[in-house]
Design a protein around this ligand. Structure first.
Ligand SMILES: Cc1cc2nc3c(=O)[nH]c(=O)nc-3n(C[C@H](O)[C@H](O)[C@H](O)COP(=O)(O)OP(=O)(O)OC[C@H]3O[C@@H](n4cnc5c(N)ncnc54)[C@H](O)[C@@H]3O)c2cc1C
Length: 288
């Protein structure tokens, strides 16, 4: 195996573009190294991106948006004084990933690029409208998070492309987000359903919403019908019921030992309601 630790994204991209066989980028390694040690995937080329300048930075930009480096860990996100105030849903989703030890290594970008339909941070990022910068041989482009996964274990990244930054929008006034998942145990398990909700209020009325579902389809879903169900409402019971129906209707889950199709479909509606209530309360300034 060839191990590289490039000093720039351009260099990392060139190494990946010229590599043959299996290439993996090494961020936290909590997927890559586990797959390596269990003989699931043995990369021919391992490109460690943690030596690149700025990859551990969390920056609040002048317009209130956030830029996160691709090696920022879940623990660094949780411990940051401002990020969780603006985007509690994104931070709580990443905080659900693994244990304390895993939190010290795991990154948003690794969670996204591992391509698991059950990745916890991904529905929260999609709901929040997060984009990533993708650097490749042709330069750098901005891509919405929902456009990165293409199927279990697959991404839209071409050979030689890697994510070079994560952009989280400005929170703005009277907005709130939340992420909830269902797991059979209390922790250290894979989501059977995950739901991210992000919304904005004018008075008591929801004016904008994004609802995203994880673990109930081959890729994360951004469900327009869920947003339509609650926009224009004050999240009354009728709106919540319409949200739950739209969320359940969007599901296309697998049937496995963790949950049947019927169970996942039902739980999706329940979690969508609960996550929307939390996001709504947060948008009103309640500290949940
Ligand atoms: C004990 C344990 C518990 C876990 N629990 C959970 C959980 O509850 N929820 C959950 O969602 N996940 C969980 N995971 C999975 C894992 O921790 C997460 O997916 C984590 O966020 C991966 O991040 P990483 O930085 O460690 O990625 P890495 O292992 O470094 O990389 C993962 C993948 O992303 C690619 N990659 C990394 N960086 C880039 C980049 N900049 N550009 C392009 N591709 C890149 C790599 O090539 C690789 O394919 C768990 C893992 C373990 C070991």
């Amino acid at each position: 195996m060839d191990y590289h630790s490039p000093a720039s994204f351009a260099e990392a991209s060139a190494l990946a573009a010229n590599a043959s066989g299996i290439t993996r980028f090494l961020a936290g390694g909590t997927d890559v190294l586990v797959q390596l040690r269990s003989d699931l995937v043995t990369p021919d080329t391992l490109i460690d991106i943690k030596k690149i300048n700025g990859v551990s930075d969390i920056t609040r930009n002048a317009d209130g948006s956030w830029t996160l480096g691709v090696a920022v860990t879940g623990a660094e996100m949780s411990e940051h004084s401002g990020l969780g105030r603006d985007w509690p849903g994104v931070v709580e989703a990443m905080d659900l990933v693994g244990s304390t030890q895993v939190q010290g290594r795991a990154t948003l970008t690794g969670n996204l690029c591992n391509g698991s339909p059950a990745a916890d941070s991904v529905p929260a990022m999609v709901a929040a409208g997060v984009t990533v910068m993708v650097t490749g041989p042709g330069g750098t482009r901005e891509v919405a998070v929902e456009d990165i996964p293409t199927g279990p274990g697959k991404t839209a990244l071409a050979k030689g492309e890697l994510i070079s930054a994560v952009n989280i929008p400005a929170r703005g006034e009277r907005g709130g987000d939340a992420y909830l998942r269902f797991i059979p145990r209390t922790e250290m398990d894979i989501a059977v359903v995950g739901v991210g909700v992000n919304l904005r209020l004018d008075g008591d009325t929801i004016t904008e919403a994004r609802v995203s579902l994880g673990a109930v389809a081959p890729t994360v879903l951004l469900v327009e019908d869920c947003a339509k169900a609650i926009v224009g409402s004050a999240l009354d019971d009728a709106a919540l019921d319409a949200l739950a129906s739209a969320a359940s209707a969007a599901c296309n889950p697998i049937d496995d030992k963790r949950g049947t199709i019927e169970f996942r479909t039902e739980v999706t509606g329940v979690l969508a309601k609960r996550a929307a209530k939390i996001a709504y309360a947060r948008a009103k300034g309640e500290d949940l």
